[in-house]
Write a protein that binds this ligand. Structure first.
Ligand code: FMN
Length: 176
Protein backbone atom coordinates (compact mmCIF):
# COMPACT_ATOMS: atom_id res chain seq x y z
CA UNK A 1 0.00 0.00 0.00
CA UNK A 2 3.09 2.23 -0.55
CA UNK A 3 2.42 5.69 -1.97
CA UNK A 4 -1.15 5.81 -0.61
CA UNK A 5 -2.33 8.43 1.85
CA UNK A 6 -3.46 7.30 5.30
CA UNK A 7 -7.02 8.16 4.24
CA UNK A 8 -6.77 5.93 1.14
CA UNK A 9 -5.31 3.08 3.18
CA UNK A 10 -8.16 3.43 5.70
CA UNK A 11 -10.82 3.43 2.98
CA UNK A 12 -9.31 0.36 1.32
CA UNK A 13 -9.05 -1.43 4.68
CA UNK A 14 -12.74 -0.79 5.41
CA UNK A 15 -13.78 -1.72 1.87
CA UNK A 16 -11.87 -5.02 1.69
CA UNK A 17 -12.67 -6.05 5.26
CA UNK A 18 -16.33 -5.29 4.49
CA UNK A 19 -16.20 -8.21 2.05
CA UNK A 20 -15.82 -10.58 5.00
CA UNK A 21 -19.39 -11.33 6.17
CA UNK A 22 -20.11 -11.12 9.89
CA UNK A 23 -22.97 -12.01 12.16
CA UNK A 24 -24.69 -9.12 13.92
CA UNK A 25 -24.46 -9.48 17.70
CA UNK A 26 -25.87 -7.22 20.41
CA UNK A 27 -23.63 -7.04 23.47
CA UNK A 28 -25.75 -6.15 26.49
CA UNK A 29 -25.18 -5.41 30.15
CA UNK A 30 -26.78 -3.33 32.88
CA UNK A 31 -25.56 -0.14 34.49
CA UNK A 32 -26.39 1.46 37.83
CA UNK A 33 -30.00 0.83 38.94
CA UNK A 34 -30.29 -2.02 36.46
CA UNK A 35 -30.50 0.24 33.41
CA UNK A 36 -29.94 -1.81 30.22
CA UNK A 37 -26.92 -0.84 28.11
CA UNK A 38 -25.60 -2.29 24.88
CA UNK A 39 -23.96 -2.00 21.51
CA UNK A 40 -23.91 -3.88 18.21
CA UNK A 41 -20.73 -5.68 17.11
CA UNK A 42 -19.64 -7.68 14.10
CA UNK A 43 -16.58 -8.94 15.91
CA UNK A 44 -18.04 -11.58 18.22
CA UNK A 45 -16.33 -14.96 18.06
CA UNK A 46 -15.72 -18.06 20.11
CA UNK A 47 -12.19 -18.27 21.51
CA UNK A 48 -11.71 -21.43 23.59
CA UNK A 49 -13.67 -24.55 24.48
CA UNK A 50 -11.75 -25.46 27.65
CA UNK A 51 -12.11 -23.09 29.40
CA UNK A 52 -15.20 -21.80 27.55
CA UNK A 53 -14.25 -18.32 26.32
CA UNK A 54 -15.74 -15.96 23.74
CA UNK A 55 -14.73 -12.44 22.72
CA UNK A 56 -15.62 -9.26 20.88
CA UNK A 57 -13.69 -6.16 19.88
CA UNK A 58 -14.86 -2.71 20.91
CA UNK A 59 -13.55 0.61 19.61
CA UNK A 60 -11.71 2.28 22.48
CA UNK A 61 -13.73 5.45 21.81
CA UNK A 62 -16.98 3.55 22.47
CA UNK A 63 -19.11 5.09 25.19
CA UNK A 64 -20.66 1.72 25.96
CA UNK A 65 -17.39 -0.19 26.42
CA UNK A 66 -16.61 1.31 29.88
CA UNK A 67 -20.15 0.47 31.01
CA UNK A 68 -19.61 -3.15 30.00
CA UNK A 69 -16.20 -3.39 31.67
CA UNK A 70 -17.54 -1.66 34.82
CA UNK A 71 -20.32 -4.25 35.06
CA UNK A 72 -17.75 -7.02 34.56
CA UNK A 73 -20.27 -9.09 32.61
CA UNK A 74 -22.16 -9.12 29.31
CA UNK A 75 -24.54 -11.13 27.20
CA UNK A 76 -23.85 -11.69 23.47
CA UNK A 77 -27.18 -11.88 21.59
CA UNK A 78 -27.08 -13.21 17.99
CA UNK A 79 -29.69 -11.12 16.18
CA UNK A 80 -32.14 -12.79 13.80
CA UNK A 81 -32.77 -11.81 10.17
CA UNK A 82 -36.01 -10.03 11.13
CA UNK A 83 -34.19 -7.86 13.71
CA UNK A 84 -32.51 -5.30 11.45
CA UNK A 85 -34.56 -2.45 13.02
CA UNK A 86 -33.40 -3.62 16.46
CA UNK A 87 -29.77 -3.61 15.27
CA UNK A 88 -30.14 -0.06 13.93
CA UNK A 89 -31.63 1.04 17.23
CA UNK A 90 -28.88 -0.57 19.34
CA UNK A 91 -26.12 0.91 17.15
CA UNK A 92 -27.56 4.44 17.13
CA UNK A 93 -26.00 7.31 19.00
CA UNK A 94 -27.78 9.89 21.15
CA UNK A 95 -30.95 7.87 21.72
CA UNK A 96 -32.38 5.65 24.41
CA UNK A 97 -31.34 2.41 22.72
CA UNK A 98 -33.60 0.19 24.83
CA UNK A 99 -36.83 2.18 24.51
CA UNK A 100 -39.53 -0.32 23.43
CA UNK A 101 -36.98 -3.18 23.36
CA UNK A 102 -38.25 -6.36 25.06
CA UNK A 103 -35.82 -8.39 27.14
CA UNK A 104 -35.54 -10.58 30.17
CA UNK A 105 -32.61 -10.80 32.55
CA UNK A 106 -30.15 -13.71 32.52
CA UNK A 107 -29.28 -15.28 35.88
CA UNK A 108 -26.40 -12.79 36.12
CA UNK A 109 -28.71 -9.87 35.27
CA UNK A 110 -27.72 -9.16 31.66
CA UNK A 111 -30.45 -8.34 29.11
CA UNK A 112 -31.39 -11.33 26.93
CA UNK A 113 -33.22 -9.80 23.98
CA UNK A 114 -36.51 -11.32 22.85
CA UNK A 115 -36.47 -13.10 19.49
CA UNK A 116 -32.72 -13.66 19.09
CA UNK A 117 -31.17 -16.74 17.46
CA UNK A 118 -28.92 -17.57 20.42
CA UNK A 119 -27.31 -15.95 23.43
CA UNK A 120 -24.17 -16.44 25.49
CA UNK A 121 -23.90 -14.91 28.96
CA UNK A 122 -20.40 -14.14 30.27
CA UNK A 123 -18.28 -12.81 33.07
CA UNK A 124 -15.39 -10.70 31.79
CA UNK A 125 -12.17 -12.70 32.00
CA UNK A 126 -9.77 -10.24 30.36
CA UNK A 127 -9.60 -6.99 28.41
CA UNK A 128 -6.63 -6.59 26.06
CA UNK A 129 -5.86 -3.40 24.14
CA UNK A 130 -5.03 -4.17 20.51
CA UNK A 131 -4.48 -1.20 18.21
CA UNK A 132 -7.44 1.17 18.52
CA UNK A 133 -9.75 -1.54 19.91
CA UNK A 134 -10.10 -3.47 23.17
CA UNK A 135 -10.52 -7.23 22.94
CA UNK A 136 -13.04 -8.19 25.62
CA UNK A 137 -12.77 -11.85 26.58
CA UNK A 138 -15.72 -13.42 28.39
CA UNK A 139 -15.96 -16.66 30.33
CA UNK A 140 -19.24 -18.34 29.45
CA UNK A 141 -21.66 -18.78 32.38
CA UNK A 142 -24.92 -19.59 30.61
CA UNK A 143 -25.90 -20.10 26.95
CA UNK A 144 -28.91 -21.00 24.81
CA UNK A 145 -29.79 -21.62 21.18
CA UNK A 146 -33.02 -19.70 21.48
CA UNK A 147 -34.82 -20.04 18.14
CA UNK A 148 -34.70 -21.66 14.70
CA UNK A 149 -34.64 -18.28 12.92
CA UNK A 150 -31.99 -17.43 10.33
CA UNK A 151 -29.31 -14.93 11.42
CA UNK A 152 -28.94 -11.26 10.58
CA UNK A 153 -25.74 -10.80 8.57
CA UNK A 154 -23.62 -7.81 7.60
CA UNK A 155 -21.72 -7.73 4.29
CA UNK A 156 -20.22 -4.95 2.15
CA UNK A 157 -21.73 -2.26 4.35
CA UNK A 158 -25.28 -3.62 4.28
CA UNK A 159 -27.60 -5.86 6.23
CA UNK A 160 -28.85 -9.09 4.71
CA UNK A 161 -30.47 -12.44 5.28
CA UNK A 162 -28.32 -14.42 2.87
CA UNK A 163 -27.93 -17.66 4.76
CA UNK A 164 -29.36 -20.90 3.46
CA UNK A 165 -28.07 -24.37 4.26
CA UNK A 166 -26.45 -26.06 1.26
CA UNK A 167 -24.94 -29.00 3.16
CA UNK A 168 -24.35 -29.99 6.74
CA UNK A 169 -20.67 -29.94 7.71
CA UNK A 170 -21.15 -30.72 11.37
CA UNK A 171 -20.36 -34.46 11.06
CA UNK A 172 -17.09 -33.70 9.26
CA UNK A 173 -16.16 -31.15 11.90
CA UNK A 174 -16.48 -33.58 14.81
CA UNK A 175 -12.94 -34.53 15.78
CA UNK A 176 -11.52 -31.70 13.68
C1 FMN B 1 -23.16 -4.30 11.79
C2 FMN B 1 -22.37 -3.48 12.78
C3 FMN B 1 -21.23 -4.01 13.35
C4 FMN B 1 -20.48 -3.25 14.28
N1 FMN B 1 -19.37 -3.82 14.83
C5 FMN B 1 -18.70 -3.13 15.80
C6 FMN B 1 -17.61 -3.75 16.47
O1 FMN B 1 -17.25 -4.92 16.21
N2 FMN B 1 -16.98 -3.03 17.43
C7 FMN B 1 -17.35 -1.73 17.74
O2 FMN B 1 -16.72 -1.12 18.62
N3 FMN B 1 -18.40 -1.14 17.13
C8 FMN B 1 -19.08 -1.80 16.18
N4 FMN B 1 -20.15 -1.22 15.56
C9 FMN B 1 -20.55 0.16 15.97
C10 FMN B 1 -21.36 0.14 17.28
O3 FMN B 1 -22.52 -0.63 17.18
C11 FMN B 1 -21.85 1.55 17.75
O4 FMN B 1 -22.11 2.37 16.69
C12 FMN B 1 -20.83 2.16 18.64
O5 FMN B 1 -20.75 1.32 19.73
C13 FMN B 1 -21.17 3.60 19.05
O6 FMN B 1 -21.85 3.67 20.24
P1 FMN B 1 -21.14 3.71 21.69
O7 FMN B 1 -20.25 4.92 21.74
O8 FMN B 1 -22.28 3.76 22.63
O9 FMN B 1 -20.36 2.46 21.86
C14 FMN B 1 -20.90 -1.95 14.63
C15 FMN B 1 -22.08 -1.42 14.07
C16 FMN B 1 -22.81 -2.18 13.15
C17 FMN B 1 -24.08 -1.60 12.59
Amino acid sequence: MGGSTAQEVGRRFRDVLGHFPTSVVAITTTGPAGRPEGMVVGSFTSVSLDPPLVSFLADRSSGTLPKITAAGRFCANALAADQEPLSRRLAARGTDRFEDVSWTASAAGNPVLDGVVAWVDCRIEDVVTIGDHDLVVGRVRELRAASAKTPLLFFKGGYGDYFSTTSLLIDQLVGW
